[in-house]
Write a protein of this length. Structure first.
Lengths: 229, 554
């Protein structure tokens, strides 16, 4: 019953993206094009990141150690993600859709492209075999956490770059939260390599962190809402 | 309109993907183990051995596990724990079984010394009995052998523990699954027997044009066992082959110089088809031309000369009162005394109407050529017995005693050739350049002990055949190969080695539970998102208007 397992894991990994699209008003406002454009921007960003990683980061012989300078460099390159989101949110022309829907659509396209790129191939090759491991189910949960992270980051990003009037007290908080979310990948990699946590622990950490950050960004977003919107 | 078209395209894309996915089978096992398949053959049309090759079943640890469905299970049995009588009962009652995996004790990599301890002997005895039983029965399911390494041991332990705890591995409960994906075995269309011969011509006196008498030294080199990929036959008949090669080496030294060349031709023959009533020898003899046949004084066949026993038997089919036989025996006895060996004569009449040929010399006798077989075995073996199977390991051969036996044969032959019967001359003395070479014998014993040599699976160009040919060519003139087809009494099927994939599978129930969990998660997610973004009224409105169109199920 291995195809069964593959379908289960695929549903867990990619299902939420489709459901997010269908269940929220995104589908009504036909924001599909925005999602596609965001996915393309993601592809370009990932490509640039790969080139930078290949050029600047050294491959260490021992996989297990957590090499701080290298990881910092990788984190820095990870910030290219933020730049990509910036580009997707601001520079790409979207049809006139409201702020709330724009960042959600961008986040959705971004997260879906990420899930497909990073998780489809291992799923295809691994989950179809007869051998059973928990890995692919955990990967699906991780994809869900990543979706939430991306939505929070996009929300904070839209607050930072698209919203002109922000209550000044909240501005540093917004930037701080954005920094926290953006550095999540480095934190996760530190947990995996430096502290050698099991995959399950890492995934549960990601899940809880994503929920916390989502809550924070939601509060920030509603606090910045103008009464007319 | 656009939405509908997009849905169509997506639907078709999904179908294509599903078809692609279904047609790709990915085998990515936790571990892969080398396994050796049991022999499959037909004897006079009757199917024998294991008749299936492909395996895809759950593993179980015994025949009496409660709740296990044996017809869909592979029983893993270490050979030392096999109870042949209960297995025999099971097979005679035509019990259904998914497959049988027999575990051989881990092979150690020491070469022979002949001083194996008692446990080795016990293992040997068990294996001999088991092989004999296996070879003479038919199994409608795949039977494989594997060596018991640490991984296999741990798998067996886990399987036994699960079985004992009442959780046998089945499709619904998960567990270990053993898969061997090979196609079914096909008949080997023309099984070839390859005889290798070498000729050392003797020195003719000047002016003498008649054919010199010939002495033939013959040994069969092929084996037969329950697992063709493991039948390396060190004693049967690797020892005979090693002895023959050493004799060839020694006499080629003597014959190299015309001053020491004897007035006898020497014909060395490595024959194939030993287990099959010496079929290859029969064909080889049929191809002798008349002159050679008439000049043949006698043939000495070597069969199983490697044990630590110092008692040898000279098996003959001519009556013991025959003067020539007496001569040969006394030659052997004279030399044997000095070497602390004993040679005893054993006479067995040939029954022409019986197709069973128990000793190689009988094939010569049927062609009216005087012959004898030198062997440590006292009794003639039955068909497919003593044919060098798994039990016949390198450690069964004692090189030290074997060197004395080689000296026995070499000196006896030399005395006959140079007319020194009755004297105590030592031709192959130690320290001379005619000395026996234990290193040479050991290296050949090691090679033969590593090389499975079941003739139908060797083909014409097997490396071992080429090696033996080259070796004889080095020491003799006119070393040649002769290819014959095995007679149709025996039909063999291929597929002797395979790879076993061991998977740890989760049960179907588990997959269902996961599907349920994922499905409910997605449904809850949908509902939550819908309600939070559009409100409860809209949600309820979905039910009133279009019941199942907006619901995405996993």
């Amino acid at each position: 019953m291995t195809f069964f397992h593959f379908f289960n894991c695929a549903a867990l990994t990619f299902g939420p993206h489709a459901i997010y699209y269908k269940a929220t008003p995104l589908s009504e406002y036909d924001t599909f094009n925005t999602c596609i454009k965001a996915a393309i921007v993601y592809l370009t960003t990932t490509f640039l990141k790969l080139v930078c990683l290949a050029t600047f980061v050294q491959v260490s012989e021992h996989d297990t150690g957590f090499d701080l300078p290298q990881e910092l460099l990788k984190g820095l390159i990870g910030f290219l993600d933020v730049a990509g989101l910036y580009y997707a949110l601001t520079q790409v022309s979207h049809r006139s859709i409201s702020q709330t829907h724009k960042f959600q659509a961008v986040a959705l396209g971004w997260a879906f492209a990420d899930a497909v790129l990073h998780r489809l191939a291992p799923l295809w090759v691994g989950a179809k075999g007869l051998e059973f491991t928990w890995e692919y189910l955990l990967q699906g949960v991780e994809a869900n956490a990543h979706l939430v992270f991306t939505v929070s980051l996009a929300a904070l990003g839209s607050l930072m770059w698209l919203r002109k009037n922000k209550p000044s007290a909240l501005v540093p908080v917004i930037y701080a939260s954005a920094a926290v979310v953006a550095s999540m990948p480095s934190v996760v990699s530190y947990l995996r390599k430096g502290l050698a946590w099991d995959f399950e622990k890492v995934v549960s950490f990601e899940l809880s962190a994503s929920i916390v950050m989502a809550f924070v960004s939601w509060r920030l977003f509603s606090a910045c809402q103008r009464p007319s919107q | 309109m656009r939405g509908w078209w997009r849905q169509q395209v997506m639907g078709q894309a999904v179908v294509v993907m599903v078809v692609m996915v279904m047609s790709m089978v990915v085998a990515d096992a936790a571990a892969v183990v080398d396994v050796y398949r049991m022999i499959q053959y037909d004897l006079r049309g009757a199917p024998m051995g294991s008749r299936r090759a492909a395996l895809n079943h759950h593993a179980t640890s015994g025949f009496d596990v409660a709740g296990a469905d044996l017809s869909r299970a592979v029983v893993i049995l270490p050979v030392l724990e096999v109870n042949i009588s209960s297995l025999n009962e099971f097979v005679q009652n035509k019990g259904l079984l998914g497959g049988l995996l027999l575990l051989l004790p881990q092979r150690s990599h020491e070469s022979g010394g002949g001083e194996g301890d008692d446990s080795d002997e016990n293992v040997g005895k068990v294996l001999v009995e088991l092989e004999q039983w296996l070879v003479h029965n038919t199994f409608q399911y795949p039977v494989y052998f594997a060596y018991e390494d640490d991984y296999v041991k741990s798998v067996l332990q886990e399987v036994s523990a699960n079985d004992a705890a009442g959780r046998p591995a089945t499709a619904t409960t998960g567990g270990y699954k053993l898969v061997v994906s090979v196609s079914e075995a096909k008949k080997i269309a023309t099984p070839t027997l390859t005889n290798i011969q070498g000729w050392l011509p003797g020195l003719r006196a000047e002016g003498d044009n008649s054919m010199l008498p010939t002495i033939a030294i013959v040994a069969s080199y092929d084996t037969f066992g329950a697992a063709p990929a493991l039948a390396t036959g060190s004693d049967s008949n690797g020892s005979g082959v090693a002895m023959l090669l050493e004799l060839a080496r020694l006499f080629s030294r003597l014959y190299a110089n015309p001053n020491t060349r004897g007035p006898y031709n020497l014909l060395f023959g490595l024959t194939s088809g030993g287990p099959y009533n010496y079929n290859g020898t029969q064909n080889w003899l049929r191809n002798f031309d008349q002159r050679l046949r008439e000049s043949m004084e006698y043939a000495l066949c070597l069969n199983s000369v490697g044990s630590s026993s110092d008692h040898m038997w000279l098996h003959v089919s001519k009556p013991p009162e025959n003067a020539f036989i007496k001569q040969i025996l006394s030659e052997f006895e004279n030399v044997a005394e000095g070497l602390d060996l004993t040679v005893e004569l054993k006479h067995k009449k040939i029954n022409i109407s019986n197709s069973r040929v128990a000793w190689e010399h009988e094939q010569f006798s049927r062609q009216r050529i005087t012959a004898a077989t030198l062997s440590q075995l006292e009794e003639a073996s039955e068909l497919l017995q003593q044919t060098g199977g798994i039990a016949d390991s390198r450690r069964a051969v004692n090189e030290t005693v074997m060197m004395r036996k080689i000296k026995l044969v070499a000196e006896s032959l030399a005395r006959r050739i140079y007319g020194q019967q009755g004297t105590q001359v030592e031709v192959f003395a130690a320290g001379t350049n005619l000395a026996l070479s234990p290193a040479y014998v050991r290296s050949w014993l090691d090679l033969l002990g590593r090389t499975p040599r079941v003739a139908p699976f060797l083909g014409k160009n097997a490396p071992i055949i080429t090696a033996l040919h080259k070796e004889l060519a080095q020491y003799t003139k006119d070393a040649s190969l002769q290819h014959e087809t095995l007679d149709s009494t025996f039909v063999f099927y291929d597929n002797t080695k395979a790879q076993l994939n061991v998977y740890q599978v989760a049960s179907v129930t588990f997959d269902f539970i996961v599907a349920l969990a994922v499905g409910s998660y997605l449904i809850i997610l949908f509902v939550v998102l819908f309600i939070t973004t559009k409100g409860v009224d809209d949600f309820l409105g979905v039910f009133r208007k279009a019941p199942s169109r907006k619901f995405k199920s996993s």
